[in-house]
Design a binder for this molecule. Structure first.
Ligand code: CO
Length: 212
């Protein structure tokens, strides 16, 4: 097949293997045996926000779930399976919800344009807008309002992570687990910690607190 970009991918892979082995000849044989990542990353599918690269993490260090606009939906079996496996089997100590400024999914949720199937997915972000409508509508500058909705979306999704029985049961059992909210800046590559960290059932809104 004549496609330069496509053909290059396998070549790139071979180069990558070579350079990894040059640094550490046990690299693959060690990872083959087991994975023990300390963190679960829930991020946006956006190609500009690759989980491992932006935090300087190697293969084996981050368990990853990504979807459009880093949304945590309590009936999403894909996400719940990732969370269950990473918390209960891999015993990750951190779950990081990482949104990003300039997120196309969040932007779409601020407008009224019909796009397609994705309209149904970003309904979840319209809900975030609805919860914070007064604050958001009071922001006159469109870009500032957009940035704020990105942050509020991360906050909402951190809240959704801790509403799950998976996380609450882990805490109930005394497992160490911290849930954090971050926003990545496309402009400068820097991560902003929103200081939303939740590490305990006592911090969960009592409406959503489960008894075990
Ligand atoms: Co995005």
């Amino acid at each position: 097949m004549k496609n330069e970009f496509y053909n290059k991918l396998i070549e790139n892979n071979k180069e990558w293997v070579k350079s990894r082995l040059a640094e550490d000849d046990q690299f693959f044989s060690r990872l083959e045996k087991q994975q023990a990542p300390p963190l679960l990353w829930i991020g946006c599918s956006d190609s500009r926000v690759p989980a491992n690269q932006i935090i300087g993490a190697d293969p084996g260090e981050v368990f990853v779930h990504r979807n459009i606009a880093n949304v945590v939906v309590h009936s999403d079996m894909n996400l719940l399976s990732v969370m269950d496996y990473s918390v209960n089997v891999l015993k990750v100590k951190h779950i990081i919800v990482c949104g990003h400024y300039g997120c196309g999914g969040v932007k779409a949720a601020m407008g009224t344009q019909n796009i397609g199937i994705i309209d149904n997915w970003i309904r979840h972000i319209r809900d975030v807008y609805r919860f914070h409508k007064r604050e958001l509508d009071a922001i006159e500058n469109d870009n500032v309002r957009f940035d704020r909705l990105v942050e509020l979306n991360v906050k909402e999704q951190v809240g959704n992570v801790v509403k799950t029985s998976i996380v609450q049961k882990a805490w109930e059992n005394g497992q160490e687990l911290h849930v954090h909210g971050w926003v990545y800046g496309l402009k400068d590559g820097l991560i902003k910690d929103l200081d939303l960290t939740i590490s305990d059932n006592n911090e969960v809104d009592e409406v959503f607190r489960l008894e075990f």
